[in-house]
Every structure is written in C-alpha cells, then in structure tokens.
Design a protein around this ligand. Sequence first.
Ligand code: NDP
Ligand SMILES: O=C(O)C1=N[C@H](C(=O)O)C[C@H](O)C1
Length: 271
Amino acid sequence: MSKVRIAIVGCNGRMGRVLQQAVLEHESATLGAVVERPGSDTVGLDGPELAGLGQHGVLIVDNLDAVQDSIDVIIDFTRPEVTMNNLHWAKAAGKKLVIGTTGFSDEQKEQIQQASETTAIMMAPNMSIGVNVMLQLLKLTAKVMGEYTDIEITEAHHRHKVDAPSGTALAMGEVIADALGRDLKEVAVYGREGHTGERDSQTIGFSTIRAGDIVGEHTAMFADIGERIEITHKASSRMTFAKGAVRAAVWLSGKGNGCYDMSDVLGLKQL
Ligand SMILES: NC(=O)C1=CN([C@@H]2O[C@H](COP(=O)(O)OP(=O)(O)OC[C@H]3O[C@@H](n4cnc5c(N)ncnc54)[C@H](OP(=O)(O)O)[C@@H]3O)[C@@H](O)[C@H]2O)C=CC1
Ligand SMILES: O=C(O)C1=N[C@H](C(=O)O)C[C@H](O)C1
C-alpha cells in the first residue's frame, strides 16, 4: 500500500519539528510537504534538516497551493486564524485535515463543524493516548461522584503558551459537565480573586500555571469531605502528541467526510 503523504503546517514550531520526526519514523506515512508562514526566511530550506533530522529534500514552502499534488492529509498545529485559512483551503482542494491547534472561538468551532460536512477533519486539543484515556476516567468519576464533590481542574504549561485555559483543560471540563447534565458555559469559574464568597457546589473551577518548559500537565480534582480523587496526566515529551497526530492522519486518510476526535482514532467510543 502506498504511504500517506502528510503536510506539516507550522513546521518550524515546537510541535512542527517533532511532527516531522514522527512522520519520518512512521512506517505508513511520508513527509509530502512542510509549510511555514508567508515570508519566512526559512522558505526553500530543507525542513527536516532545519529540525535537526538530517537532509530529506523536503523544502519549506509558504503556501499549500505549491504542494497540492504532493499531499493527502494536512497536520496543523499553529494558531486559530492560520488553521481557519487552512481549513478553507483543505475544503476547496479536497484534502483531509488534522487539527491540533487550540484556542478557537465558538464561531470558529462552528465553521470547522460545517466544513466537516464536505471534508474529513480530525480535531483534538490533546493527541496523547494518556489524556484521551483520562477523559474516559473523568466521565466515570463524574457520573459516580460528581454530584456531591467539588470539581476543580488545574493545568500547567510552558511560558510560551498563548491560550488559557488549555484546550485540554476545557475538554476535561466539557466531558465532566456533559456527564453531569450541566452546561460548562454556565458553571465554569476561570480563576478567583478577592472576596469570592463560598464555593457554589455546581461550579467547575479552572486554574492555570505558565512556567518554564513544562510540556503539559492536567489534573481534575473531585473533592468531598473526608476524601478526594485527583486524576492527573503529565506529558514529558511533545513526541507523545506528535505520534498521536500522525496516527490520526494515517487513520483519517481512510475515512469519509465528518468531524472525528481522538476517541474515534483510538476506538474508545466502543468501550
Ligand atoms: N492537540 C495537541 O495534542 C497539542 C496542541 N498544541 C497546540 O498546537 C499549537 C501550536 O503549538 P506550538 O507548536 O507550541 O506553537 P509554536 O508557536 O511553536 O508553533 C507554531 C508555528 O506555526 C507557524 N506559523 C504561524 N503562522 C503561520 C502560517 N500562516 N503558515 C504556516 N505556519 C505558520 C509559526 O511560525 P512563527 O513562529 O514565524 O509565527 C510557528 O512555527 C497551539 O495552539 C498549541 O496549543 C500543542 C501541543 C499538543
Ligand atoms: O500549547 C501546548 O504546548 C499544549 N497545548 C495543548 C492544549 O492547549 O491543551 C495540549 C498540550 O497540553 C500542550
């Protein structure tokens, strides 16, 4: 079988560099293209070589038109506005799209859903296996203990992260709120300061840490009087996200139109 030809958009970024490595190491994938921002002074350079992976003859371009015939699936870990442009391009060009970017507005999420009616899209704020198993554990814990415990979500990331709370923390909140029949928009509390009054038992609290080189850490606490459960995931390497994204791209290459997530890729919905 021929290999799935993957384009990495944002190839010089923290994720872009490990994504190139993960594609090169995957037996069913090949690096079809590497893309950077228009006007980048890295255009024309060998993408993998710049990422410290040796020469592979895949030269950086600054637009997807230039590589349309060399790619099957796009992997995008950039910024929301960049991803939205790539979404429109993918739709017009009939290419499949894996979205790892976080920080979308509700309107942008709606546009992604709409595009998936005519394009295959896989979107997940966290592509590690561990976080997606954790989301299943949260569903179970919320159903058993959520009604009588105080629920707090904390997350920690590196100093360069630009969105907060993380996409993963928000997904954790959504899974828990859904399991409890609550609307996250109504019950989420994003940080506390001053005279806050006592805790409202229906709320789900979020706390954010930005420091140093933390790759990504997430905890959900379900606290009662006398006991509490804390479910934690710690990523210590971006390769865990990159491997998940490449696995998703290869999986998506065989799928029809629709909006999929990591639980589809990992077969967690059948559990
Ligand atoms: N789903 C998941 O599992 C994970 C998701 N993420 C998310 O991925 C995103 C990226 O994170 P990270 O890699 O740390 O960020 P970086 O800022 O390191 O990387 C983003 C890259 O995109 C490039 N870029 C900007 N504009 C364009 C454009 N128009 N075309 C092509 N490339 C462009 C940037 O270039 P320049 O520097 O010149 O602006 C940069 O190289 C974030 O939203 C983050 O939250 C991160 C890890 C895991
Ligand atoms: O920006 C990051 O680095 C990460 N972002 C994702 C998120 O917002 O949840 C996933 C991961 O934790 C790393």
